[in-house]
Design a protein around this ligand. Structure first.
Ligand code: DGI
Ligand code: FE
Ligand code: FE
Length: 191
């Protein structure tokens, strides 16, 4: 590991409860395994996994303060979708606190919840690792794990389909990046 793993571990330990700390370790392990399988950078993907949810437990008031202090303007949809905040805030946090890490890590964290069109390999690996990590136990997780063995695109397509389906079923607004990610995958499928 070429990065300071102990710094990241201490940081997420200080920010997260046991459940999400353990989730982060599992996502890091999955991201590393996917990097090895798909030719990504194992250290970059592992670090992205460790840090991806670092601000997931940040209280609402603190998050809004953090956005204001860092000049991050939320769209109306984002203001109403608090579950998206940790990805946006996490990316800014990583840029500020880990200037030694490649930008690719903050970028992958930024889009780990919604996805976006034309993601980096690290971004696709983190997005997929978050769905298949060892702690995940939802109906369909075995199918997701099989897909991730086959291709990142297959796993992402199902992950995005599931997310769009769930959000629309609950009448929750769908972020444009989520729609872009979904459409991009469908339109770029090998025929
Ligand atoms: O942080 P995790 O729980 O590990 O996973 P995550 O960062 O993928 O967050 C998943 C949550 O984010 C889930 O409750 C659905 C929500 N979400 C994902 N895409 C969208 C979304 N919420 C809205 N409103 N719009 C989206 O496009
Ligand atoms: Fe997350
Ligand atoms: Fe996560």
């Amino acid at each position: 590991m070429i990065f300071d793993e102990n710094k990241m571990l201490a940081d997420i330990r200080a920010h997260l409860g046991d459940y999400r700390y353990n989730h982060s370790l599992n996502v890091a392990a999955s991201a590393k395994a996917l990097a090895e399988k798909y030719g990504g950078d194992a250290d970059i993907c592992y670090a992205a996994g460790l840090l991806h949810d670092v601000l997931k437990e940040q209280p609402r008031d603190e998050a809004l303060e953090f956005f204001a202090q860092n000049g991050i303007a939320l769209t109306r949809l984002e203001m109403n979708a608090q579950k998206l905040w940790h990805a946006m805030a996490g990316a800014v946090y990583i840029k500020k606190n880990y200037p030694e890490l490649p930008d690719e890590i903050a970028d992958a964290v930024r889009y780990h919840t919604t996805g976006k069109a034309d993601m980096t390999l690290t971004g696709k690996i983190l997005f997929t690792a978050d769905f298949i990590s060892a702690d995940r136990d939802y109906p369909g997780v075995d199918d997701m794990r099989r897909r991730a063995e086959d291709s990142l695109e297959s796993a992402m397509k199902e992950g995005l389909r599931f997310t769009v389906f769930e959000l629309s079923e609950k009448c929750v607004p769908i972020h444009p990046d989520t729609v872009d990610a979904y459409n991009f995958i469908l339109l770029n499928e090998r025929k």
